[in-house]
Design a protein around this ligand. Structure first.
Ligand code: CTP
Length: 392
């Protein structure tokens, strides 16, 4: 479950920090991309270079680092999972009380992805009512806690408070990232197709691919096995199987090779293409060319006609009212249609936000407010998961 996933490992200051080097190694072996944050105290126990050598990237050690403008928020957003190992009483206390005074506590407070804490401390500290209360608070926030265990502690002591073993942490991380999508394949199409006129020119549209890529990203985070067929040159989650295409024909061929449980057809596919593309650039001197058009294949139709058919989500970027979209949902025979009016401000092509209406098979509509495309993706996947759950 960790293959291709982005794990942010936060190392705080306890002797157990040395075990986190091994944890980092195990995470890398499991296929995760690992970045590391270290507190100042952690650096007293292990060198940053150790983690750099294991992960291939230098750890982040300060809130105000030169290499990122805002390391805590950027890393908080980058990660699919944050692991804090070891998690000292001090870090646990800071986060439980919302105190974001160092890179690690600020990142944990800034992130919206799952957080797994592996506490480690002396038995007396572990048994202090403040620790107990803080952990209760963290559980209430929905954080996952693993360990501690009974064993050898710093300074030759032994008792409750030893950090969970790296192998156990790796298993827990996999379980958390397993998510609702475990074992389910999702196909996402994204971007606008480009239909060549000649080697230089094409017929295209304004779709940026941002919505489809946001859906693929969100689906990966939920543990789906994602294939993204896209025309867009946008950053893509490393865990997604990426198939880059240009034309509707190429998109059809790529889609034909995928057997998903869920198909989310966010691409803006050209309805017409030049019947034949000129082999060399059409010179201006030849005068106005006439370009004969022909139909492109209906990729969505090819998916809904399958037996068994996947749960299919269509998109309708319209300039008309929602009534037309309700009719389109029925005609296209989709399980869910995502309608948006591209003429509305902040909605549609190229923007980072979208205001959509979700239309189901019975024609019922759910109007979502203007949201970041990443949030639209989450809401859409909530609906897909709920509908699949109902279907059993
Ligand atoms: N679609 C497709 N293949 C096509 C055209 C569209 O798979 N050749 C999919 C899109 O990805 C989208 C849905 O069909 O999910 C609706 O696209 P849209 O362009 O709105 O549908 P059209 O049938 O082309 O409707 P219109 O007449 O409004 O252009």
């Amino acid at each position: 479950m960790l293959q291709g996933r982005r794990v942010l490992l936060c190392v705080t200051g306890g002797v157990a920090a040395y075990k986190s080097a091994y944890l980092a190694r195990r995470l890398v072996e499991a296929g995760a991309t690992v970045r590391v944050e270290m507190t100042e105290s952690a650096l007293e126990f292990v060198g940053a270079q150790t983690f750099a050598a294991i992960t291939g990237e230098h750890p982040f050690t300060a809130l105000f680092a030169a290499d990122l403008v805002s390391p805590h928020t950027e890393l908080a957003r980058w990660a699919d999972l944050v692991i804090v190992a070891p998690a000292t009483g001090a870090t646990i206390g800071r986060v439980a009380n919302g105190i974001s005074e160092d890179l690690v506590s600020a990142t944990i407070i800034a992130t919206t992805v799952p957080v797994l804490l592996a506490p480690a401390m002396h038995t007396e500290m572990w048994e202090h009512p403040a620790t107990e209360r803080n952990l209760e608070t963290l559980r209430g926030f929905g954080y996952h806690i693993i360990g501690p265990e009974i064993g050898a502690l710093a300074g030759g002591d032994s008792g409750m408070g030893r950090v969970a073993e790296p192998e156990e942490i790796v298993v827990a991380a996999g379980d958390i990232l397993g998510g609702e999508g475990k074992g389910q394949k999702v196909l996402v199409t994204a971007g606008g197709t480009r239909e060549p006129v000649d080697p230089v020119r094409y017929l295209g549209n304004r779709s940026s691919g941002k919505m489809g890529h946001a859906i693929a990203d969100a689906a990966i985070r939920r543990g789906y096995d994602v294939t993204l067929v896209t025309t867009a040159d946008l950053p893509t989650h490393p865990a997604a199987k990426l198939i880059r295409v240009e034309t509707a024909e190429e998109m059809l061929a790529a889609v034909a090779g995928v057997e998903p449980h869920v198909a989310i057809m966010a691409a803006a596919v050209a309805d017409f293409r030049p019947k034949s593309a000129a082999e060399s650039k059409i010179p201006r001197a030849d005068g106005l060319p006439s370009i004969e058009l022909t139909e492109t294949p209906d990729i969505l139709a090819s998916v809904v006609q399958r037996h068994p058919r996947p749960f299919t989500v269509g998109f309708a970027a319209e300039t008309g009212g929602v009534e037309r979209a309700v009719e389109k949902a029925r005609k296209k025979d989709v399980d869910l249609l995502v309608y948006n009016d591209v003429t509305e401000p902040g909605s549609g092509f190229g923007t980072d936000t979208n205001r959509v209406v979700l239309i189901d098979r019975s024609g019922d509509t759910e109007e979502l407010p203007l949201l970041a495309k990443s949030e639209v993706a989450e809401r859409l996947l909530d609906r897909v998961a709920a509908a699949i759950g109902e279907q059993g």
